[in-house]
Design a protein around this ligand. Structure first.
Ligand SMILES: [Zn+2]
Length: 224
């Protein structure tokens, strides 16, 4: 029975590495699949992992129709047993529905990978639809760690070293074109997310450069 599975986790938890492993495992069993991704950090038409592995992938644009794309492959005589869909948080809800339809009506396995919530702790629309429709949601066991050593559960956006909680939902981490503004992401535990205490702020707040403020009392909760 084909399945729609959503593997979720924070950034840095090994999602793309697992996506590549999954593709390898299924191919090794003689199955044939297609790989999709969107806004991968390594560029267009590539799925890359932080461990340095990468593979060619189809870039998902907002107007891509998964149903049409897979039917086109089948019409050209190419078998499609499974889809690997990385960065699914950036897909549209309609695209997630197309994936569910492929599972139900064509019997294709869809393995989707993505982060659930953005830097404001709001669900991405694509991830929300995935959680609503998936046969299984699997939270990845490789856990990313906050600078304090606790399990990192939240994705923080850091602009020029300062954590922000307002702005556009999708901004790929990098220097913004035409500006000197550097956008980065950092995973934090909820406590430090709520206190807006990313690693740079923690270092700045430390009384001694050798002592990080692990004690939450020295990380004030910002006034709303
Ligand atoms: Zn922490």
């Amino acid at each position: 029975m084909a399945e729609l599975v959503f593997f979720s986790g924070t950034m840095d938890c090994g999602k793309s590495t697992l996506a590549l492993q999954m593709d390898h495992n299924h191919r090794a069993r003689g199955r044939s699949g297609l790989i999709y991704t969107k806004l991968d950090r390594a560029g267009s038409d590539v799925l890359s992992s932080r461990l340095g592995l990468s593979t060619a992938a189809h870039e998902v644009s907002d107007d891509l129709d998964f149903w049409d794309a897979v039917v086109e492959h089948a019409t050209n005589g190419l078998r499609v047993d499974f889809l690997i869909c990385d960065e699914v948080q950036f897909y549209t809800p309609a695209q997630v529905e197309q994936l569910a339809k492929l599972v139900d009506e064509v019997g294709i396995d869809v393995f989707a990978f993505g982060i659930t919530a953005d830097f404001r702790t709001q669900l991405f629309p694509g991830s929300r639809r995935m959680i609503e429709l998936a046969d299984r949601v699997q939270v990845l066991q490789v856990e990313a760690l906050c600078w304090c050593g606790r399990r990192a559960t939240h994705n923080a956006r850091v602009v020029d070293g300062v954590m922000v909680v307002e702005g556009e939902q999708v901004v790929v981490g990098d220097t913004k074109p035409g500006t000197e503004t550097l956008v980065e992401y950092e995973v934090l535990c909820r406590r430090h997310f709520m206190r807006r205490m990313n690693s740079a702020a923690a270092r700045a707040a430390a009384t001694s450069p050798d002592v990080l403020p692990f004690d939450l009392d020295v990380c004030p909760v910002p006034q709303a």
